[in-house]
Design a protein around this ligand. Structure first.
Ligand code: S3P
Length: 425
């Protein structure tokens, strides 16, 4: 990326299908009675991991394609796997499938790549063990590989210490497959895609005011779903529009679930001009187009209440803060330390390496914006969102960044660099 004089953005990005919705569409289609149609699924390495795990459990999942049909096996139809369940880099795959397999009568061994193997899994095993499953951690005292010894489960009421859609979903899926009621309390609202899917499939589920209650019946209906565009992918281009000197970028068909769009509020607060057009409720999720235009950027504070709605967007918001006037503080985001990399450490180290004043906090970071030229090498630690965040910053005026591993974006957004070139050329 060269030292640009000015950044002009122009054009439309059809962001890829939402990653969280794509995982759930495959898993819930696999558990439905009958064939489900899925349109617009994300084709990326993380979703390949979920497809691979389901195939290993006997589910008829064809190659990922724009329009695909998945043959469901019902809630009790999965088969004992002949091999380990390799989840690659995907936390959502392992955590949601731990919930599903906790209710099966056969053991399953979960493995993953180096990054995934280091990520905490006791937060998932604890409620599943309280329901009656047994989880054997083979190497460390947390993380992968682990063996899930599933079986008959009991109803559970569980209080999450930290808002986590993955843990909540694991408990809901365990209750669903075992046919036992579950009640989950969450300290702040996390993304509710699993709940929306289950409601659309006819399950007796209620949620609101920090409570999620499922009273499972004996089956769930098949799906006919259009996967909306991924707000976490759109956020990179919204940030690009905010950082630009002129122009506008349109992001089409984005999931506008309020549990995912915290970044829109933050970018607006920072001075960017973000508008929503063509908003509709289509299927389980609300969708619409986002149009992002530049503004005079100023620093902001992002606190614990907002964090669950923008947790995956914090790396790119920190990169926008690097070009905003004043000091931005992010707090209440200790969860960033256990993502695909320690995102507090990796974002701050990269910002400092290119000339931005930034500091780690135990649960967040401080970033002081600058207009000075920024230059240097970005170390991604194999983390897709770090690569894309700095890819966006690297496109802004007076910035020249090299990314050590640009290919790592393929876990969530294989065409990211092509799409970025398309709106900045
Ligand atoms: C996800 C939930 C979030 C998010 C992750 C995807 C999901 O993780 O960071 O990228 O699809 O449920 P947590 O549940 O750990 O907060």
């Amino acid at each position: 990326m060269a030292l640009h004089g000015r950044l002009l953005v122009r054009g439309v990005v059809d962001v890829p299908g939402d990653k969280s919705v794509s995982h759930r569409a495959l898993i819930l289609a696999a558990l439905a009675r009958g064939s489900s149609r899925i349109h617009g699924i994300l084709r990326s390495e993380d979703i390949e991991s979920t497809a691979h795990v389901l195939r290993t459990l006997g589910v008829d999942v064809p190659p990922l394609s724009e329009r695909m049909t998945v043959g469901g096996r019902g809630l009790n139809g999965l088969l004992a796997p002949a091999t380990n369940l390799n989840c690659g880099n995907s936390g959502t795959t392992v955590r949601l499938m731990m919930g599903v397999t906790a209710a099966q009568s056969f053991p399953c061994t979960f493995t993953g790549d180096v990054s995934l193997s280091r990520r905490p899994m006791r937060r998932v095993s604890a409620p599943l063990e309280a329901m009656g499953a047994r989880v054997e951690f083979l190497n460390a005292d947390d993380g992968l590989p682990l063996v899930m010894h599933g079986g008959r489960l009991s109803p559970i009421e569980w209080r999450l210490e930290t808002a986590s859609a993955q843990v909540k979903s694991a408990i809901l899926l365990a209750g669903l497959c075992a046919g036992v009621p579950v009640l989950v309390h969450e300290p702040a609202p996390s993304r509710d895609h699993t709940e929306r899917f289950l409601r659309a499939q006819g399950a007796a589920i209620r949620w609101g005011n920090g409570r999620i209650e499922l009273d499972p019946g004996g089956s769930v209906a098949p799906l006919d779903v259009q996967v909306p565009g991924d707000p976490s992918a759109a956020a990179f281009f919204a940030a690009l529009g905010a950082l630009a000197d002129d122009g506008a970028v349109t992001l089409r068909g984005v999931d506008l679930n309020p549990g995912r769009t915290g970044f829109v509020n933050v970018l607006r607060r920072m001075g960017a001009d973000i508008t929503v057009e063509n908003g509709i409720e289509s299927g389980p999720e609300p969708i619409g187009d986002l149009i992002a235009r530049p503004g005079i950027l100023r620093a902001t504070s992002i606190g614990p209440d907002e964090v669950p709605s923008l947790i995956d967007e914090l790396p790119v918001l920190a990169c926008v803060a690097a070009r905003a006037d004043g000091e931005t503080a992010i707090t209440g985001a200790a969860e960033l330390r256990v993502k695909e990399s320690d995102r507090i450490a990796s974002v701050v180290a990269n910002l400092r390496a290119i000339g931005v004043l930034a500091d780690e906090l135990p649960d967040g970071m401080r970033v002081v914006g600058t207009r000075a030229p920024l230059k240097g090498l970005i170390r991604t630690h194999g983390d897709h969102r770090v690569a894309m965040a700095f890819g966006i910053l690297g496109s802004s005026a007076a910035t020249e960044l090299a990314i050590d591993d640009p290919a790592c974006v393929s876990v969530s957004y294989p065409h990211f660099w092509r799409d970025l070139a398309g709106v900045t050329a």
